[in-house]
Design a binder for this molecule. Sequence first.
Ligand code: CA
Ligand code: CA
Ligand code: CA
Ligand code: CA
Length: 370
Amino acid sequence: MKLKVLACQLLAFSIAAAASADVAMVEHQALRKSLAKPPKVKHGHPVKATGSQALIDNSGVKYFINTNITFSTSSSASAAMSEASYTHAVAATTSGGGTTSSTLDDAYDGYNTMCLSLNNTVATCQTGNANFVIYNKNGPATTECRGAASGVDRQVVFPAQVAGNITMQRKVFVPDNDSFGRWLNYFTNTGATPQTVTMVVANNLGSDSNTVIVTSSNGNATAEVTDTWVTTFQNYSGNTSSDPRLGHVFQGPGAVTPLAGINFANGDDNPFWGYTFTLNPGQTKIIMNFAVVQPSKAAAAAKSATLVGLPPNALQCTTLAEQLEIANFVAAQPIVTVPTLSGIGLFTLAAGLGLAAMALLLRRRRSATV
Ligand SMILES: [Ca+2]
Ligand SMILES: [Ca+2]
Ligand SMILES: [Ca+2]
Ligand SMILES: [Ca+2]
């Protein structure tokens, strides 16, 4: 009897071992599959993807872009960045004017969330506030524009999101031949009458309560609607600061849609800014922003100023049609078309010239005979 029980137990154990080996194999295969594929929406259980799309610029800064966000959030919304950090040590400046080798990180805790402000005031995007439609919870993103240096798509394309008669869309670009991040925010009026729109950008910087405004495009440490850029950093703790120095680029000179409002304050890691513009029926306008991440305050200011001038790298992966739609920079000059004459126009012109020549000839003959 005892032998029979032992044999049964041995059999059961070997079956269980074989089954668990199968389970391990299945799990291993599933893990391999999940690593090979980007996060996907499971049936009824969408995957949260804060910072899931990472792109590295040519200075080694890695930007973590939020895609397919499925929860309500202000600073962690779709197409915002959860973080940007160096992938290697850089010569970070010190309070004493020297440098120290440091892998600076924690640029952001949530950067460049975009929302519509329905009452057209420039105030920070808030969840649970009926005045704000945050660009968020709009599905997974795709990528485009393969980079020659990296062999990786450089632009993340987010889905269209509808708010009344306004359709919004965002694209986030990180070059592999330059160092910055760029947002293109598209707004199209699908209604039958002109509509005035206010877009706000909300942020949560990694500098937290140690946020310090370094300087701005007009040379002072005050953010104003006339500034094309502002730089900030996390104040030194002792001699060093472990966060990158940041540039925030809002607009270019002479643009038709300048800033309508801006709010930066020392000690406040939630700066915001906004634009108000009118869209005719069927019209699309784009608001463009750049983000700058650098190892020194001077480099952050210099890079921001350079981007304001829109060097060719700044407009990579945009079409001429898109450049013409950018409202807060003069990204392209519309081509002035010379009026051309139709066939009838040309005939009329030729006939007119002929008659004028005949009249001149007749007058000369008459004056010669007199
Ligand atoms: Ca952070
Ligand atoms: Ca920090
Ligand atoms: Ca923060
Ligand atoms: Ca200023």
